[in-house]
Ligand binder design. Structure first.
Ligand code: ADP
Ligand code: MG
Length: 264
């Protein structure tokens, strides 16, 4: 179970969650995405029809709250993409809507709230990997994801100051590590990089110094193709399979899978 995190928005978390999931699905792994962002970028990008204002819609909200917790199976939607040659790339997703935001007011009444998502996933799953997309704001959601995860994927945008801004993420991982001993894997992914720049080289060196051995060798370059693919409601792997960005995400997926605690 992979939690994709960073408390900065717009760094490429959702893009990375979707494309790691898509790359693993192409390797014939069964992958479940969980949208834990009340902004529901992933849900909307994948075109999952969810009523925005309906608290009882089958979403992550229903999985996490209420006296009548629903089962995981009841909130799963199937999506498929045309991968060419008559092949389909299939993913399952637990979608989000904006009601998810309201759980921060109620969930803390349960002393064991940090493990609520973990408990919902603590059953024999029909998946080889679960990828949880976290929102930038609201530590509650990141804690919930880390409470369920075996591996955390920290997405870092290649910009000045990126390393300092990670201290909140580090604190969350430390705190949740005590509650969830299964959380052992940690990888840093650098996105939106313009590899030839000094900023990029400095950031990569700083990150490697700070998080020795945990920074992925594969970086994701800045390219408009990734924004285009999201607008086309597709992973880059089906939108532009021959392009550089698809190639990077495929390599990243192999690299992260190879070092993951949770990968079977
Ligand atoms: N490597 C990249 N190069 C260029 N644009 C990107 C890249 N990764 C993501 N984007 C775009 O940047 C925006 C923010 O990305 P997103 O994945 O939604 O970030 P987050 O989930 O961290 O808020 C989106 O419009 C997305 O299409
Ligand atoms: Mg996002």
């Amino acid at each position: 179970v992979f939690a994709v995190v960073n408390f900065k928005g717009g760094v490429g978390k959702t893009t990375t969650a979707l494309n790691l999931a898509a790359a693993w699905a192409q390797h014939r792994h069964r992958v479940l995405l969980i949208d834990l962002d009340p902004g529901a970028t992933l849900t909307k990008t994948l075109g999952v029809p969810v009523a925005e204002d309906n608290p009882s819609a089958p979403t992550a909200y229903r999985l996490l709250t209420g006296k009548d917790h629903v089962s995981l199976a009841e909130v799963i939607h199937h999506v498929a993409f045309d991968a060419g040659d008559g092949e389909a790339l299939a993913l399952d997703i637990v979608p989000a809507n904006r009601h998810l935001a309201s759980i921060v007011f109620s969930i803390h009444q349960d002393p064991g709230w940090g493990l609520v998502l973990g408990n919902a996933l603590a059953q024999p799953l029909a998946y080889d990997a679960v990828v949880i997309d976290c929102p930038p704001e609201g530590e509650t959601f990141t804690y919930l994801a880390l409470g369920a995860a075996t591996d955390v994927v920290v997405v870092v945008q290649a910009e000045v100051g990126a390393v300092w801004s990670l201290s909140r993420v580090e604190a969350c991982i430390r705190n949740m590590g005590r509650l969830n001993p299964g959380l052992r894997g940690r990888r840093y992914v650098i996105t939106m990089i313009n590899p030839r720049t000094t900023v990029a080289r400095t950031l990569v060196a700083e990150l490697r110094r700070e998080f020795d051995g945990q920074v992925c060798d594969t970086t994701i370059q800045r390219t408009i193709k990734l924004a285009e693919s999201m607008m086309a409601r597709q992973p880059i792997l089906t939108y532009d399979p021959g392009g550089e960005a698809a190639d990077s995400y495929r390599r990243l997926a192999v690299e992260i899978w190879g070092g993951a605690e949770g990968a079977r």
